[in-house]
Design a protein around this ligand. Structure first.
Ligand SMILES: NC(=O)C1=CN([C@@H]2O[C@H](COP(=O)(O)OP(=O)(O)OC[C@H]3O[C@@H](n4cnc5c(N)ncnc54)[C@H](OP(=O)(O)O)[C@@H]3O)[C@@H](O)[C@H]2O)C=CC1
Ligand SMILES: O=C(O)C1=N[C@H](C(=O)O)C[C@H](O)C1
Length: 333
């Protein structure tokens, strides 16, 4: 009998056949042209006077982690959405120097020890600033503390770190934030459905056996935050499962041969698979979401930033949000 993982591998490769069909390449379907690009390239940031963005549609966003996969992708989506990309970002390296070009914006990369001083100066120069964080798990808590200390609203897409401490940091500050390990709206809808099921039918999967596996690019440092969120719903549904049991795949050979990740997406994919089996093995459920590339998360992140900007402008009472709140608001582009 095939193990559920082998069955998954077969299903995944079948799926691959489907979505790479040349006549219907849904992954690569062209989007409608975006809103006009309105990136403000602000050379000589130090010299410029305060940049005021009066219209809701053009508030400035600083992306922390612009040299990474997600940071760059979000920066590109900000420009495509006609928002203002602040030409400053941070890196884990102490003295990175240099600039990277995103669209027509030259983004200066600063070292992590300069974060607080540089960010304070950006806050003084850009009104209505929102920060987006796509860095590394080890930087999550320190970064959130800086944002809260400086009073800048932020979207935290980075996974890992001490999540409880992260929420505490925000709650004990006066800062608006969207925090979510998953910014891809269809996957967020799946997470929401699991959460609603857990809320309405607690114990529906009592004593079921759970297997979870996730596969990501080899550079991913932590266990999937999304898988952990799904497990937390399954636990409410009556399953006993420790997130340390989640099987992580980071080896490109296994991803290619066993899981069926398309070769061109080995460097950027997120495949998740959950299998629930009844105690007597007579019933099984399988859930799977496979994402290639980063665009979906980048676009969701821009929606989260637009949502957060509105909450700040409206002086909303609630300050801490997740992506389910963003989805519920229903004001997606
Ligand atoms: N919420 C969501 O939907 C998604 C979340 N993610 C999460 O986002 C995070 C980033 O992923 P990804 O872009 O693939 O990772 P990368 O490794 O590609 O990028 C990490 C970035 O963080 C920078 N960095 C490292 N240390 C620090 C630091 N101390 N301060 C500031 N910047 C730092 C790196 O700069 P340098 O290399 O120059 O040091 C680099 O720019 C991960 O936690 C990932 O799980 C990813 C996809 C979707
Ligand atoms: O690192 C990634 O790539 C991703 N990270 C997030 C997670 O840990 O859940 C979301 C998605 O899986 C992509």
């Amino acid at each position: 009998m095939l193990s559920s993982l082998q069955q998954h591998a077969i299903a995944a490769s079948r799926h691959y056949q489907v979505y790479t069909r040349p006549e219907k390449p849904c992954l690569y379907r062209k989007r409608r042209p975006g809103i006009v690009v309105r990136a403000v390239a602000t050379e000589n940031l130090e010299k410029s006077s305060k940049i005021v963005t009066s219209s809701t549609a053009s508030f400035p966003i600083l992306v922390n982690g612009c040299t990474g996969n997600m940071g760059r992708s979000v920066a590109e989506s900000i420009i495509s959405a006609g928002l203002t990309l602040v030409p400053v970002s941070f890196s884990g390296r102490e003295k990175p120097g240099g600039k990277i070009k995103v669209g027509n914006v030259d983004v200066t990369i600063h070292g992590s020890e300069e974060k607080e001083t540089v960010l304070s100066s950006v806050i003084n120069q850009f009104t209505e600033l929102i920060v987006v964080d796509y860095t590394v798990p080890d930087a999550v808590n320190a970064n959130a503390e800086i944002y809260c200390k400086l009073g800048v609203p932020f979207v935290m897409g980075t996974t890992g770190g001490d999540r409880e401490m992260l929420y505490e940091t925000v709650k004990s500050s006066d800062v608006y934030a969207v925090i979510s390990p998953q910014m891809g709206k269809p996957v967020v809808a799946f997470l929401a459905a699991m959460d609603i099921m857990a809320e309405q039918f607690p114990g529906a999967f009592s004593n079921y056996h759970l297997e979870v596996m996730e596969s990501h690019q080899a550079s991913k440092l932590d266990t999937s935050g999304t898988a952990k969120a799904v497990v937390s719903s399954f636990r409410k549904l009556g399953v006993s499962y420790d997130v340390r049991r989640i099987r992580k795949y980071r080896d490109p050979m296994k991803q290619l041969q066993m899981i069926g990740v398309p070769e061109e997406h080995l460097g950027s994919h997120a495949f998740h698979f959950y299998c629930l089996t009844s105690p007597d093995d007579s019933v099984s459920f399988e859930f799977q979401h496979n994402v290639c590339g980063h665009k979906m998360y980048a676009e969701g992140t821009v929606d989260a930033a637009i949502f957060l900007h509105k909450k700040v402008q409206d002086k909303a009472d609630q300050k801490l949000y997740d992506m389910i709140d963003v989805l519920r608001e229903g004001n997606m582009r």
